[in-house]
Ligand binder design. Structure first.
Ligand SMILES: Nc1ncnc2c1ncn2[C@@H]1O[C@H](COP(=O)(O)OP(=O)(O)OP(=O)(O)O)[C@@H](O)[C@H]1O
Ligand code: SF4
Ligand SMILES: [Mg+2]
Length: 380
């Protein structure tokens, strides 16, 4: 059942019970549906005006599909996306097109998202013309200069073509293009994954500066917790189509409660060798199960070192507020045993690999003796 939309003017994006299931078809003459890819399978999340929501998870867990569902590029199979008070699914044609002006995307690979035959000027003017913000390049020029300055590129860039720029500069063009139509929300899908590490921080800093300058709201998608750490106000950790844990960034890093988040955080390297040696290490066993054949019960049970018979296998945990001292209400976890895991009452055990939608799984990689209390807490 979908929870009703929140009536809070501070919420810009309200995602309610969203599912996006892709049919798997077979047959030459009749297109028979033989199954579904449960790419997004019941997501609730709210993004407040002016905040940055970081969405993190392994490849294939449904991050991009959720981002596309927010723009209605992938209409939800179930559930609703309410943007700025309007249910996106209720909009058609011109109305939807106008609303899309408010939501822009920045993509991972700027080279493939920028038409190589168009000059930067033409790329930037395109959206402005489409949304009636400028008749032609001449009229748009003062705005284009402002945009280029805002993203740290020289005005001469206007006459150049995408291939003449470095990866970081191209991403700046992609960001300028998103900004050109004055959006309220930017969905940045892996905005720095294709860039050199040295350039990643510059682009992240740029996004932060622009947010302040233009009052933007961001959904930043990444597979790496390190990338979203500094930019995000809140973070949602996604696993197989659902949110496993959601919290203010500072709370998530200080006290990860879901076993999956603990595993992800334990993989983030820490420059201090003493801290690195003493902290919790959780190596995830096996690949992400196939979203066309997700495990029953808790989606994470096939890889979870804390899995308990039989509730974890049978009952799907809901994202819930936990009864742990010092953990705020906004820190929600989809785990039946979050309290017992946090207190140490439940200890991790070896994981026997279960072949779920994966042909080959590596041997168990959890080393219980390495696991102490959540020492990752201090480490981060
Ligand atoms: N149009 C589509 N038709 C069928 N399956 C799809 C479609 N788009 C995505 N999928 C599948 O849905 C699942 C989620 O894909 P999605 O691209 O949202 O993941 P992701 O978390 O963004 O991954 P990545 O980090 O690799 O970008 C994957 O199994 C993918 O193969
Ligand atoms: S519900 Fe069970 S399997 Fe799922 S994360 Fe919690 S302990 Fe692990
Ligand atoms: Mg993706």
């Amino acid at each position: 059942m979908t929870t009703p939309p929140v009536d809070d003017p501070d919420v810009l994006v309200d995602v309610r019970g969203v599912k996006v299931h892709f049919p798997i078809k077979a047959g030459v003459i009749f297109d028979r549906v033989i199954g579904h890819v449960y790419a997004v399978d019941g997501v609730d999340l709210q993004i407040r005006r002016g905040e940055t929501y970081g969405l993190v998870g392994e490849s294939g867990c449904g991050k991009s599909t959720l981002g596309r569902a927010i723009l209605n590029l992938e209409p939800p199979t179930e559930g609703h996306v309410v943007f700025d008070g309007t249910d996106i699914a209720s909009l058609k044609g011109e109305e939807l097109r106008r609303k899309r002006q408010d939501i822009q995307m920045v993509f991972q690979d700027p080279l493939s998202s920028l038409d190589p035959r168009q000059s930067v000027e033409s790329l930037l003017v395109e959206g402005m013309k489409a949304h009636g913000l400028a008749k032609d390049a001449k009229e748009a020029r003062p705005r284009l200069r402002e945009l280029l300055t805002a993203v740290g590129l020289p005005v001469q860039a206007l006459s150049k073509y995408p291939h003449e720029f470095s990866g970081g500069q191209r991403q700046r063009i992609g960001i300028a293009r998103a900004l050109s139509v004055n959006p309220k929300l930017i969905v940045a899908d892996e905005p720095v994954s294709a860039l050199d590490v040295s350039v990643q921080a510059q682009v992240i800093n740029l996004l932060e500066d622009l947010q302040e300058q233009y009052g933007l709201t961001y959904l930043v998608v990444a597979h790496d917790l390190a990338v979203v750490r500094h930019i995000s106000d809140r973070i949602g950790v996604m696993y197989l189509g659902a949110i496993a844990e959601e919290a203010a960034a500072v709370d998530l890093y200080a006290r990860p409660l879901h076993p999956y988040t603990r595993a992800l955080l334990s993989a983030v390297p820490i420059p201090d060798p003493d801290v690195e040696d003493s902290r919790e290490q959780i190596l995830l066993t096996g690949d992400l199960p196939s979203p066309s054949n997700p495990p029953t019960g808790c989606r994470f049970h096939t890889r979870c070192p804390w899995r308990q018979d039989t509730r974890c296998d049978d009952e799907r945990p809901q994202l819930r507020v936990v009864a742990i001292d010092g953990v705020p209400e906004g820190h929600r976890v989809a785990c039946h045993w979050a309290e017992q895991i946090d207190s140490g009452e439940l200890r991790p055990h070896e994981v026997t690999p279960v072949a779920v939608g994966s042909d080959e799984l590596p041997p168990a990689a959890v080393e219980p003796e390495l696991m102490g209390p959540a020492s990752v807490t201090e480490a981060l």
